[in-house]
Design a protein around this ligand. Structure first.
Ligand code: ATR
Length: 277
């Protein structure tokens, strides 16, 4: 009998996870099927109970349930607990345990495209202070000697985000306006807000006009494949990256967690790129 895995969210119809998960199962001969489930807020608890009752061994969680799902899980791993967000759940010894791979996926994608093993001494700008920024900042704050500026429209949220880095010595909170002015000081810019996402493709968190030579600009958005900020950055010579690789890594990590099978994520990246064309 096939194992059933899935993703819960709302809306979820446009999720690309079913495509790349099912392709990976086929490629690696994993006897499973992956399904997207649209869940209403008021049904979240019963949906999770139902999934457990029918023996679903793993599922992904996306917007808007990443934090909301926590009270309905049996355990949450320390990283997800700290970030107060879960994106992968695994059934372990009859208990649903929540994990968060957003930060790890983003870091892995960054290092791979920058052709680096680690981060050291970089001046980094994170745009946004929402759920995605929390995971990414938490992961990056483990690098002691990078400098991180957190820029957000609502400064209080960026201040709260800074707390998540514990005693990271080189983190500052700035406004989006300051970030725009200081843009040529950064080695890496990571765009984590929803600004620029389809259909609002002519918007961007900051206007890019002047970047440091060799700067790397990453946007976690993958639809459109090239957001305004990435287009502006590319046009003035920066290296850029969209959210496709991060999405592929998150899916690859979830399959690894559920089945122990390492998957070919390049195939996922190719499928996502094709699907989003
Ligand atoms: P996610 O979990 O996807 O990160 P979120 O928690 O809702 O989503 O966070 C969205 C981020 O995008 C926030 O940093 C938000 O800024 P505020 O904290 O000021 O709300 C940012 N954002 C969304 N729309 C924005 C806009 N029009 N202008 C500036 N920032 C925006």
């Amino acid at each position: 009998m096939k194992e059933l895995f899935g993703i819960i969210g709302n809306p979820i119809a446009h999720s690309l996870s079913p495509l790349i998960q099912n392709e990976s199962y086929e490629l690696h001969e994993i006897n499973a099927h992956f399904q997207a489930f649209h869940v209403e807020h008021e049904d979240l608890e019963s949906a999770i109970k139902g999934m457990k009752a029918i023996g679903i061994k793993g599922f992904m969680v996306t917007v808007p349930f990443k934090a909301e799902v926590i009270p309905f899980l049996d355990e949450v791993d320390p990283i997800a607990e700290k970030k107060k967000a879960v994106n992968v759940v695994q059934l372990i010894d009859g208990k649903y345990v929540g994990f968060n791979f957003d930060g790890e996926g983003c870091l892995k994608a960054l290092l791979e495209d920058m052709n680096r093993q680690s981060l050291q001494n970089e001046n980094i700008l994170i745009l946004g202070a929402g759920g995605a920024a929390q995971s990414i900042y938490y992961t990056l704050s483990h690098f002691d000697d990078v400098h991180i500026d957190l820029a957000n429209r609502t400064i209080e949220k960026a201040e709260a985000l800074k707390e998540l880095g514990g005693n990271h010595r080189h983190t500052s909170v700035i406004s989006l306006e300051e970030a725009e002015i200081k843009q040529n000081e950064y080695d890496i810019i990571i765009q984590t807000t929803s600004i620029g996402m389809w259909p609002d493709i002519d918007q961007s968190a900051i206007n890019i006009t002047n970047l440091k030579k060799g700067a790397f600009v990453s946007d976690i958005i993958y639809n459109p494949a090239e957001t305004k900020i990435l287009k502006q950055a590319r046009e003035i010579g920066a290296n850029t990256q969209n959210g496709i690789k991060m999405l592929a890594f998150q899916n690859a990590l979830s399959i690894e967690k559920w089945t122990g099978q390492k998957v070919n994520y390049q195939k996922m990246i190719d499928s996502l790129t094709k699907a989003l064309r």
